[in-house]
Design a binder for this molecule. Sequence first.
Ligand code: HEM
Length: 411
Amino acid sequence: MRLPDPSAADPALFDPLGPEFTRNPYPAYARLRALNTPYYFAPFDIWLFARFADVQAAALNPLSLRSLDDRLTPEEIEADRRAQNWHDMPYHARFVQFSLLNSDGAMHQRLRRLVFGEFTPPQVERLKSGVEAYVSDLFDAVGSEFDFINDLAVHVPGRVIGRFLGVPDADCAQLRIWSEDIVQYFDIDRTDARKALAERTTRTFYDYLIDLSNERRKRPQDDLISRLLRRWDAGELSEDEYISTCMLILMAGHGSTIDAMGNGLTALLNHPEQLQRLRADPGLMPTAIQEMFRYDAPLPFFHRLASEDMDVNGWEIPKGTKIGLLYASANRDPEAFDNADRFEIGRTPNRHLAFAAGPHFCLGNHLSRMNMEATFMTLLSRFQSIALTAEPQFKPSLSLRGPKALPLRVN
Ligand code: HEM
């Protein structure tokens, strides 16, 4: 099947920065799925795939890549960066625009293999008791009224990833702020002020990592930074690859985990019968956490580029086409999930796409689920009653989804 005429796409159908979408994006995703064709979204010059089968096929297709840079001339790369307002950002270009997430093929496999073993369930399990103790301390410090996002969730992933990499505890809060300032530039809102902030912060982050690496070189520890440094010194990865891998790991799991916690708690509080069920049977926690990811994915959208003319679930996609994978929409597709709009904490199987599929499948999925389990187990065991004191407001974004705050009253 050929893609429809892009000029026929109704711009009113999809407004990802509008207030309705920000409050609840799922009716808009349902409209896109109902088209039965991919939808051309002009502001990004991208074809959005909203149905599960299309999104999964595009993510698994070996011809759909994260970047076509190695097939372009330097002039074409420059023109592409200018079109996206991603030019004149030397640090951002070296360490953020380039990373294992944004590479493909043999280079991607090599970079992924360097860190893959760090993220396996046994490695993650080693961190578990430390995370549980840390989360417990955080709950000790809150009163009967607190903001679940800003008083609690924001402190969890940074500290855990910091320990995982080997960043001193005292620096973790700062890294979260840097991460946010850099990551926000991946979204639709690309003003020059945001651009300057992203570039300046990437440079600061780079300087910080170089200082920390020099320190670790003198006194190696049992952490990922020390192990990656040895591989850099052995010539297995370059300085740029070393820095971009550290930055990616520090940034990828920060906001996404905070948002996953916020979305998960919102879903539980909006479904009191499911909350009761989880309290009655905490053994359901692993499937409940997976359902939180399916029901309201914190990273709803990623892109791919067609490296050749290709077939995606029957769609003829011409070489060079930009494709948007709407993971959050795929997760609510009734053709893939029974009662797809129902939040069902015992759901099995639950083959959602919140962590993607294919070669870029999220490395941090065990780690983030462990953080979530520790946080929700403690929350439910500490408080018999949990109530929101104000309606949650969500951040306006296509790439991220999460509440700005979740003010709670507990006892
Ligand atoms: C909490 C929620 C998280 C969600 C929803 C999430 C989701 C994702 C998704 C959808 C991708 C694939 C992007 C694509 O399709 O191109 C991805 C990749 C990745 N994630 Fe996560 N992630 C989470 C947490 C984490 C954590 C905690 C870490 C590490 C500490 C992490 C590290 C990575 C890395 C390194 C990649 C790149 C993998 C590759 O390109 O081969 N993520 N994540």
